[in-house]
Ligand binder design. Sequence first.
Ligand code: FO1
Length: 313
Amino acid sequence: MMDRVTVLTGGVGGAKLVLGLCHALPADNITAIVNTGDDFTHLGLAVSPDIDTLLYTLAGKANPVQGWGRADESWNFMEAVRSLGGVDWFALGDGDLALHVLRTQRLRQGEALSAIVAGFAASWGIRARILPMSDDPVATRVMTDAGEIDFQHYFVKLRCAPKVRQIRFAGAQAARGAPGVVEALRDERSRAIVIAPSNPFLSVDPILAVPSIRQALLETRVPVVAVSPVVGGEAVKGPTAKIMREMELEVSACTVARHYGELLDGMLVDARDPPTSLDVPEARADTLMKTLEDRIRVARAALELADSLRKVR
Ligand code: FO1
């Protein structure tokens, strides 16, 4: 077994864990498979928020307060857009704009998203592999009591207010894993596959909706462990708990483990949580990630859980 680890991630919480893994192990050993269901075209530009959040986080450029976008950002572009009556509910910082402009240009030239992202990561000296879940278009669509809306309208424009009935991933059925994705999941030399504490319904499910990815996870002999995104009956960040309540699900690690079902081998549960009776082996740790040390601690706890499962497999 080699110290290779593959992590499924989306959003801010997922990026924190990937950073922890990149410090717990040599970063070259980490492959991140990133949600692209949040992607959309805005002001004519191709925006890939979860890819960009991870690029910023691993390059040390992330805005520590907002979670998304860059640190030390300026907003001249948005001020000019507003002065011209342009759409301004989705804020594109001046530095952030470079990613969207260059990605749009290279996509138009026919380059695959995965190749573009690898180029950005190399430019910023990021040694972990960052793979979009697919180079094919997948769009998260949120069915609410106000009708069906696209992800960014739900998440940003409407601030997650509408009641969620169901979530679907347009294009997922026809989407193929990006180059290297299925191979990484099937690589039996790997130490672990980790599902980051991202929103299971909005950030992880789009990844699992890509048929070849779900199939690889069901068939892989590599231990698959998830870090619970729920701490003490609440979500650490974002609408996870709200969506669970709207879907009449108990807000607990148990619900998340059951949601991942048969592809899950174990779950890292927060030490604060009440006693649980998960269907899979669990380990306990302080899973709140405020500092870099926290991120490394949670990464190590997830790997130790995977190691313990390997022995019994
Ligand atoms: N989230 C917001 O709540 N407001 C924004 O104006 C906003 C702009 C934005 C620009 C680029 C980018 O990569 C992410 C951005 N996000 C913004 C976050 C985005 O909604 C992501 O989808 C979330 O991080 C969830 O993954």
